[in-house]
Design a protein around this ligand. Structure first.
Ligand SMILES: Nc1ncnc2c1ncn2[C@@H]1O[C@H](COP(=O)(O)OP(=O)(O)O)[C@@H](O)[C@H]1O
Ligand SMILES: [Mg+2]
Length: 289
């Protein structure tokens, strides 16, 4: 990869873009292994193909999924940037046209970085990063403090679940946590047999949420994705489903989810979303505790 060329490209693009606000979409779940990384990678890719500039941040570093999925090697991550041991430019990996990987961190060490000097240095540095339209954050599962920090700072939160009863229970627990910090929440039901199964599971969760949390939380189904051996195989073979197998049903379902997110980005004025720069996202991330 020619990093020099990509930096130049980023610079040129930055000057050509009149508006650059990033929509931060955190993909999370109650239980692990439900397809967060698969969805983050593929949704990110589809958005980049639509012409959006997309960063995917791996904030579930324990499993280091995304580097495997994209078949790249990461050495340093965002924690090194926070510590001053690397710059953003050092850690960001260009994956494809319009697509970058930002190796993140899921450990609690990240919580220590709240002092003002670090925040302001980060802001300066982040502004030199290519202006992104989307930042997809692949968070860790569960309601740990670091994950919550990412969810709080994100514009959109997507809770992924699978039809398994234990996963549904954990997804509901996640919905409850998110309802305390967000007014709206998206869900994706992955590994369904039929789209109808996805609707049914979503309806059940929504009903329980309205009864117990109240209706101040706007809960929306972004879509469901069927169980497909091609999905699992693509991960094993380190190829991206939505890149290599575009005409299969599961890839189409993921594309539809990406398209819905794209529409929301285009209509951001209507949904009252206050997107900011990536620097503002990091400020939110680090300045909130
Ligand atoms: N729709 C699907 N059909 C079949 N297998 C899937 C599907 N979605 C995810 N998987 C498989 O499930 C496993 C867990 O997915 P992953 O994205 O790593 O989950 P998470 O990031 O939530 O831990 C992977 O082996 C992946 O290939
Ligand atoms: Mg993962």
């Amino acid at each position: 990869m020619n990093t020099q060329a990509s930096k130049l490209e980023a610079l040129v693009d930055a000057h050509q873009r009149p508006e650059s606000t990033v929509r931060v979409v955190a993909i999370t779940s109650g239980k692990g292994g439900v397809g967060k990384s698969t969805l983050s990678a593929n949704i990110g890719y589809v958005l980049s193909r639509m012409g959006f500039r997309v960063g995917i941040m791996d904030a579930d570093i324990g499993l280091a999924n995304l580097d495997v999925m994209f078949n790249v090697r990461t050495e340093k991550n965002i924690l090194h940037v926070f510590k001053g041991e690397a710059t953003f430019d050092d850690i960001v990996i260009k994956l494809d046209h319009n697509l970058w990987l930002i190796p993140g961190e899921s450990g609690d060490e990240i919580l220590k970085f709240s002092n003002a000097t670090i925040v302001s240095r980060l802001l300066d540095e982040a502004e030199t990063l290519a202006p992104l339209d989307f930042l997809i954050v692949d968070t860790g599962a569960g309601i740990g403090e670091t994950t919550q920090m990412f969810l709080r700072s994100a514009d959109d939160v997507v809770v992924v679940t699978i039809p398994d009863p234990a996963a549904i229970t954990d997804a509901y627990a996640m919905v409850k946590v998110v309802s305390k910090i967000k007014e709206r929440l998206f869900m994706v039901v992955n590994q369904v047999r039929t789209p109808r199964e996805g609707f049914k599971i979503f309806d059940t969760i929504k009903k329980v949420a309205v009864e117990n949390i109240g209706d101040h939380l706007e809960l929306t189904l972004l879509g469901s994705v069927r169980t497909d051996p091609y999905v699992a195989r693509s991960v094993k073979q380190r190829v991206l489903l939505c890149k290599e197998l575009t005409n299969i049903a599961s890839a189409g379902e993921i594309e539809a989810i990406a398209q819905t997110l794209a529409k929301k980005k285009e209509h951001k004025m209507l949904d009252g979303n206050k997107e900011g720069s990536i620097g503002i996202f990091f400020k939110r991330l680090l300045g909130q505790f």
